[in-house]
Design a protein around this ligand. Structure first.
Ligand code: ASP
Length: 335
């Protein structure tokens, strides 16, 4: 009962809809709405589409602009994520990200294309656009993951410039944290700003990307879900894609994004799949989830979207059509 009381109706706060013209198609998060067989004319109308975690308007607009010009979903998600990586105000992604408990900013990112290719970098210092480094890993190496110094060296060899990622504001926040906090990573429930982004291009192909500085004041060497295939991101061009934000340890333990795509494969709508993935976390026996957040976004091949989170302060940003501007989504946790 206690757990049931805790789970409450959650509404999408700060839902941002980017209005750039595209043909109208229903863009709801209603888990009860039935999936319809998609006919080619409808398929035309769902493209292009971008969905991203949090209120990342400029990132979504940038990705949408790439798609509107006929660019690929892969280019769109990379360009969109780069906006947040360069945004020094955002303290959970790229430059200005909050450091680990030793004061080092380390970044994680991954990308997946519509052919099922994947590239990732983990624990990278001094390089801002790790999403682009992840893409280079995917496209220019025989590997899928590079970590720490190896990833940094690889980035430099590809022309990326080293820079100090710790801004004055993040340094101050870290110094303040050191004064008042125990010397252990905290679960900062209000600072999950990882950007996960999924896009469908005009050809109907799906790609996704995810980039983060991880948990604020994490232990040195800690890596979360964001750069891990099936955790922070998964794309199957036949089915759809999913991405996660929040406490990466919980996402990883339930292989959240892969789970969502597999649930969609079995016939669930993106909304139903996101809800079930959250359920897998909160319904574990004795799970106390009041101190952490996990949020998912998903899209299927038909252009239906879903989003769901443990707590109400989760938002996502979608570009699809101007008619749906200001649509309000309500999320209900059914656990
Ligand atoms: N998912 C990220 C991680 O666990 C954190 C976040 O979303 O802010 O590294």
């Amino acid at each position: 009962m206690k757990r049931r009381n805790f789970i409450k109706k959650a509404s999408a706060t700060g839902l941002g809809l980017v209005a750039i013209s595209s043909t109208l198609i229903s863009c709801d998060s209603d888990s009860k709405s039935s999936e319809k067989k998609v006919v080619p004319s409808i398929l035309e109308s769902i493209r292009p589409l971008v969905i991203a975690t949090w209120k990342t308007d400029l990132a979504v607009e940038t990705a949408a602009a790439v798609l509107e010009k006929g660019g690929s979903a892969l280019d769109a998600v990379e360009q969109g994520c780069r906006i947040e990586e360069a945004n020094e105000q955002g303290q959970s992604v790229g430059k200005g990200g909050l450091p680990d408990r030793d004061g080092n900013v380390t970044l994680d990112a991954c990308i997946m294309d519509s052919k099922g290719n994947y590239g990732a970098v983990l624990g990278v210092k001094n390089i801002k656009h790790v999403i682009s480094v992840a893409r280079k890993v995917m496209e220019d190496t025989p590997h899928v993951m590079l970590v720490a110094e190896g990833a940094e060296q690889f980035a430099v060899s590809k022309g990326f410039e080293r820079e100090d990622l710790l801004t004055e504001a993040s340094k101050k926040a870290w110094e303040k944290w050191k004064e008042t906090s125990e010397y252990k990573p905290i679960i900062n429930i209000e600072n999950h700003d990882t950007i996960g982004m999924l896009a469908i291009d005009k050809d109907g192909n799906i790609s996704g990307a995810c980039t983060t500085s991880g948990l604020a004041y994490k232990m040195a060497g800690r890596v979360g879900d964001s750069p891990i295939i099936g955790g922070g991101l998964f794309v199957d061009n036949e089915i759809g894609g999913a991405s996660a934000t929040g406490l990466g340890e919980e996402v990883l333990k339930t292989v959240g994004s892969f789970l969502i795509v597999e649930l969609m494969r079995q016939g669930k709508s993106p909304q139903e799949a996101c809800e079930e993935a959250i359920g897998r976390i909160v319904n574990k026996p004795g799970k106390d989830f009041k101190d952490f957040q996990v949020g998912y976004i998903a899209v299927n091949k038909q252009g239906k979207t879903g989003a769901y989170s443990i707590h109400e302060w989760f938002s996502y940003n979608i570009y699809k059509d101007k008619e749906n501007k200001n649509i309000k989504s309500d999320y209900f946790n059914k656990a």
